[in-house]
Design a protein around this ligand. Structure first.
Ligand SMILES: NC(=O)c1ccc[n+]([C@@H]2O[C@H](COP(=O)([O-])OP(=O)(O)OC[C@H]3O[C@@H](n4cnc5c(N)ncnc54)[C@H](O)[C@@H]3O)[C@@H](O)[C@H]2O)c1
Length: 338
């Protein structure tokens, strides 16, 4: 065990994903101590503080950022607040872990990245799927040349149930909230940037989402700069459970990642062959990746290494998402300039 003092970390946003990170920071991440929490919902902040024996709970995030005893903050508030909090946290000299998306528009992201660079603090973005053992293995095999030259990539991501309309209003739309994980996975697995994108979509599940000008179902086709052709399909409703699959096909083979089930039973009867549905949702399916990404964040601070998912990795899929939106609205392929 290291004699070094644990990193005192503040948590900003104690909703669904904030509570998960709180539990990891308080109980499971080596070298970390959850020392303060903030949420505009004071009851939520106090609840998390009580559960994880944290002395400081506030509804004013500035109070948390001004605490000199904190070395880092973990931002888990709604997506439209991220860039403001990143910029202010950096200005207070805090290292930052920020949930995806890094932001919802280019200008505010550039300002936040500028603040991070000026302050010389570390910034890691919450693309947890890179830390999933199966996706990490797929990338390792691709980089090692086991499938030869990658040619086609297929990514499927379908949720078991849609979020609330309230959430939809602040999340930045399907491309910046949901598909963004798949854009990141496309970059991660291909090792390349998106050159061209074409997106189609519809409100096929929840008509109210359509009234907000959003879609709940989409198919995206992309040409990567290295020539790989990729498709992503998303749905906010999959009746058979959380469907998370990836396939990369290359000149010398193929690598696939399938769904995970809570158990591996197979039941055969006169209606067919039945297995368990996939693990319920992201908190179950990606449980180990959330812990691994937070350990990596704390380790990069303690060992003074660059974060494994950088600010640039945060920006790129937002730009892809904005291009996807443009493609959807204008009903045409869009070329990316990054
Ligand atoms: N990496 C992943 O797999 C993953 C999964 C879920 C959510 N997320 C991201 O995490 C973020 C939060 O998502 P969630 O599902 O936990 O949402 P949520 O609505 O459950 O929680 C958000 C919390 O932020 C608080 N908040 C909002 N504005 C605030 C402000 N100005 N100051 C302080 N607190 C504020 C809200 O009161 C709420 O408690 C989103 O950006 C989302 O995209 C990432």
């Amino acid at each position: 065990m290291s004699a070094e003092k644990p990193q005192r970390i503040g948590l900003l946003g104690t909703g669904c994903i904030g509570r998960l990170h709180a539990e990891h920071l308080a109980n499971r991440v080596n070298g970390a101590a959850l020392a303060a929490v903030a949420d505009i919902n004071l009851t939520a902040a106090r609840d998390v503080a009580a559960r994880f024996r944290v002395n400081s709970a506030t509804d004013d995030y500035r109070q948390l950022l001004q605490d000199p005893s904190l070395g880092a903050v973990v931002i888990c508030s709604s997506s439209d607040t991220h860039t403001r909090f990143i910029g202010e946290a950096a200005a207070h000299g805090k290292h930052v872990f920020c949930e995806k998306p890094i932001g919802v528009n280019r200008e505010s992201i550039m300002e936040a990245l500028d603040a991070v660079n000026k302050a010389g603090v570390k910034l890691q973005i919450g693309f947890n799927r890179r830390f999933d053992p199966s996706f990490a293995k797929a990338r390792e095999l691709i980089v090692a040349g086991k499938i030869g030259q990658p040619r086609i990539m297929r990514i499927t991501s379908r949720d078991p149930e849609a979020p609330t309309l309230e959430y939809v209003k602040t999340c930045g739309g399907i491309f910046l909230d949901m598909t963004i994980h798949d854009f990141d996975m496309a970059r991660f697995l291909s090792g390349s940037e998106v050159e061209e994108i074409y997106a189609v979509g519809g409100a096929l599940v929840i008509p109210e989402i359509g009234q907000l000008g959003e879609v709940d179902t989409c198919v995206v086709t992309m040409r990567m700069q290295n020539g790989v052709l990729a498709t992503i399909d998303n749905s906010l409703q999959s009746v058979y459970g959380y469907d998370q699959r990836v396939e990369v096909f290359g000149s010398a083979g193929m690598v696939q990642v399938g769904n995970r089930t809570p158990d591996t039973h197979v039941c055969l009867d006169n209606n067919g062959v039945h297995t368990a549905k996939p693990q319920y949702f992201f908190l179950e399916r990606y449980q180990d990746s959330y812990l691994a990404e937070m350990q990596a964040f704390v380790d990069c601070i303690r060992e003074d290494r660059p974060p494994l998912v950088s600010g640039k990795d945060g920006l790129a899929p937002v730009l892809i998402g904005i291009a996807a939106r443009k493609s959807l609205v204008e009903r045409r392929p869009v070329t990316l300039s990054c």
